[in-house]
Write a protein that binds this ligand. Sequence first.
Ligand code: ZN
Length: 318
Amino acid sequence: MSNRLLTVGSLSARPGEIQFGVYEFPVQGGVYRLPMWLINGKEEGPTLVVTGGVHAAEYASIAAALELGRSLGPANLRGSVIVVPVMNMPGFSTRSIYICPLDGRNLNRVFPGNPKGTASEQITDWVFRNVMKQAGYYVDLHGGDLIEALIPFTIIFKSGNEHVDQTSLEMAQVFGIHYLVRSETAGSTYSTAAAAGIPSILAESGGQGIWTPEDVGLLTNGLNRLMTHWKMIPGNEPAPLPYTLLERFLWLRSAHEGFWYPAVAVGDNVKEGSNLGCVKDYEGKVLQTATCPADGRVLFIVSSLAINNGDPLLAVGA
Ligand SMILES: [Zn+2]
């Protein structure tokens, strides 16, 4: 029996207890409300932190985090689990794409934040210090945004810490989504956690505002496989699944405001130098051609006809 109290801010759960609460903290003079579950197992074990809704319209991620918080009891749990189902609460109610409407910034680019910074920096600072730093393992759930189609994939960070990178890779393999892709993007949830020594993955499923049982199930199943693997919940070691590791995550962006015409579909195999689509103006004149940067697979595509200067168009894993 553990005697370890699980605490986030003023919320706490004793061993064998589950607590749901909405933690309130100040952000830019207002009150930020962050719902979360603290699930403290009777027995001592690893601490898993799960976040969803960093991007507030990636609904499969939010639905999966809600399902985990509602269904995971402390009775048979070894260790503890903290679930934050919707990190970007202002974005959720306003159905924002990519950003937090309090300051127009992408939470997943400003970790580990800054207590004296803008709203997004204050939110990420609070979450990083009070929640994510408690993790022995960290899983951030995402999907395609309202205007993004994708095939499921799991991202891991190349932190340079061999133990962390190897454990993150093992987590991605156990999670069970077929495509794994390495990224070197700093400022993200999983990359900041990994740089702080916490093995981490970011899993993507669903998109375009749709959250089918299959999309959600892929994420809940992955979480269950991980917790079984760590013997946090009862069950046999999950069977290994085949996977493909893509070493490069190559994003193409629009250099214009205009109209986006993709020439490929998500999941397509693509060849270096091939045409992936184009951005046109009102008259149909081609402003930009998206040329495939390497042989690989299309992991996500922006499905919106409207495109802005600097917006992502699609990404290839290679
Ligand atoms: Zn996302």
